[in-house]
Design a binder for this molecule. Structure first.
Ligand code: AMP
Length: 535
């Protein structure tokens, strides 16, 4: 092929990030909180060496280009090794979400055809359940106390310099994450080296997440949720000191870590920050945090009051929007210079919106009449396109998620204001997001309607001060039948994760319906909107 430019043809692969982290940031520290609460310390240099060992060991063990290697792990240094080591072997990292029901983890692992699994010792009980649910892994490598299982450390020791690693192309697959929350089956989104590099470069920019070499970063967002929003790659690229929380995600543990390790930027869903705010307000002066500490917040809308409260506490909340399908960064809210002196109320309103797309990404908001005007009133579906936006699902031909002119339909309803700021107003589907995790209302409804006493059931998300939303079930009993809320929840318990179970079951005479005969959830939501306000 002839090219017209004079530039070198360097494939954009994750190897560039790892090489740089090793060579130029090799001494930069990576701290991990262990299950026993102790802290272990390593460096990018050591992690790079071990990631290469992992890659060689995997290749020597028979892992080939495109093979899937799963992880079932908390956030810590070994997980970062896997983030680099698996793709260096030419394989694809599949981060399994440990918060899902074992049946669902098993389905996803089998659907992805995961060959090997790297698992934390403390997650072995979950692993056993996943296997009992039908997951098939050829080899299981345990990080930590491995008991009768094969040890991850022993696998690393099998690596030899003689094993050559495969050449990587920028279009090669690097990782796969599964969507969750639809009533249909989860769908795999496969990221390439190129999409990951471009996402990493742009997400680090000052007007995106703004992660620098001067920072110490605490990713609270799990590495099994959209690759912790890309932060592990961003940190390695930027030479940012990393502090991983391990399994200890309660507010006092996080605050101890933030104070002790002098964290300057952290990232997580709003629920985490609601808890942190409560802890800070409850024990003023207890934690000496870094002045100007920033928190990246996404996954659900950041409430304006939370942004105001953190300003009061000397911390800055940065609001971002994204999806598994968008790698995830798709919108970030930053107040522009010309509005720096605007009314305080205007600035807070802007910061509570989802914002504008970063470079290389484009969004539009469209309804039946076409692209909506920037009037802050007319709403439509948010559409997105860009080099780190999925062009298809790995295992599912659902072309209806893409428009004929190449946009990805997010399923989020939004409007645009006169400054071009996008604000999400609703979801096309009726999914419930509790503590950053999805709950599929229709699945709960169907299961409830499987109870012998239930005639009809509709489940809605109701705003909750701690979890953002919690499910509420409206139930119509069959004539003459009897059932209590506790009995109905006990009926659901064997099938769903505990956090899916409705906090309230209300018994009603009828569920309102649309003209098409469907449950009219908008009306139900209106009726019960304040139900959990005092929870
Ligand atoms: P997931 O693919 O699990 O990350 O979920 C993506 C969905 O989370 C989006 O389609 C939105 O509905 C929601 N979401 C993510 N970030 C935000 C945000 N900042 N504000 C409101 N909703 C959000």
């Amino acid at each position: 092929m002839t090219t017209t430019s004079c530039m070198m043809d360097v494939p954009l692969t994750i190897e560039l990030v790892l090489d740089r982290a090793e060579r130029w940031m090799g001494g930069c520290e990576v701290v991990s909180r262990r299950p026993d609460r102790s802290l272990s310390r390593t460096t990018y240099g050591a992690i790079a060496g071990r990631a290469r060992k992992l890659a060689r060991a995997l290749v020597a063990a028979g892992i080939r280009k495109g093979d899937r290697v799963a992880t079932l792990m908390w956030n810590h240094a070994e997980h970062l090794e896997a983030y680099f080591g698996i793709p260096l072997a030419g394989a694809v990292t599949h981060t399994l979400n440990l918060r899902l029901h074992p049946d669902e983890i098993a389905f996803i692992a089998n659907d992805a055809r995961d060959r090997y699994l790297i698992v934390d010792d403390v997650l072995l009980p979950l692993y056993e359940k996943v296997v009992a649910s039908g997951a098939r892994f050829e080899r299981v490598l345990v990080v930590g106390a491995h008991g009768t299982h094969e040890s991850y450390e022993a696998l690393l020791e099998t690596a030899t310099e003689q094993t050559t690693l495969p050449a990587l192309a920028e279009t090669d697959a690097l990782g796969v994450c599964y969507t969750s929350g639809t009533t249909g089956k989860p769908k795999g989104v496969v990221y390439s080296h190129r999409s990951t590099i471009l996402h990493t470069l742009v997400a680090a920019l000052p007007d995106a997440l703004g992660v620098t070499r001067a920072d110490t970063l605490l990713p609270v967002v799990p590495m099994f949720h959209v690759n912790a929003w890309g932060l592990p790659f961003i940190a390695a690229m930027s030479g940012t000191r990393l502090v991983f929380p391990g399994p200890h995600l309660d507010p006092p543990s996080l605050l101890d870590l933030m104070a002790q390790e002098r964290v300057t930027i952290a990232a997580g869903v709003p629920t985490i920050w609601l808890g942190i705010r409560e802890a800070l307000d409850g024990s003023p002066g207890k934690w000496q945090l870094q002045p100007g500490l920033r928190m990246v917040v996404g996954g659900s809308a950041a409430p304006e009051q939370l942004i105001r409260d953190f300003d009061r506490l000397g911390m800055t909340l940065i609001h971002a929007w994204g999806m598994t399908e968008t790698s995830p960064i798709g919108l970030v809210s930053r107040v522009p210079a010309h509005l720096a002196d605007a009314d305080e109320a205007v600035r807070y309103r802007l910061r509570a919106k989802q914002g504008v797309p970063p470079p290389l990404v484009d969004v539009c908001v469209r309804n039946e009449a076409g692209d909506v005007p920037a009037d802050d009133r007319t709403s439509g579906e948010l559409l997105v396109k860009g080099p780190w936006v999925a062009g298809r699902y790995a295992n599912d031909a659902t072309p209806e998620r893409w428009t004929a002119d190449g946009w990805f339909r997010t399923g989020d309803v939004a409007r645009v204001d006169e400054h071009g700021f996008v604000q999400l107003t609703d979801r096309v589907a009726d999914l419930i997001k509790s503590g950053g995790e999805w709950i599929a209302s229709q699945e709960l409804e169907n299961a409830l309607m499987g109870h012998p006493a239930v005639k009809e059931a509709a489940v809605i998300g109701v705003a909750h001060p701690k979890w953002s939303e919690r499910p509420l079930a409206a139930v119509v009993l069959k004539a003459g039948a009897q059932a209590t809320a506790a009995e109905l929840c006990a009926h659901l318990a064997p099938t769903f994760p505990k956090f899916w179970l409705p906090d309230s079951v209300v018994f009603v005479d009828a569920i309102p319906r649309t003209s098409a005969g469907k449950f009219k959830k908008t009306e139900l939501r209106e009726t019960y909107r304040d139900h959990y306000a005092k929870a």
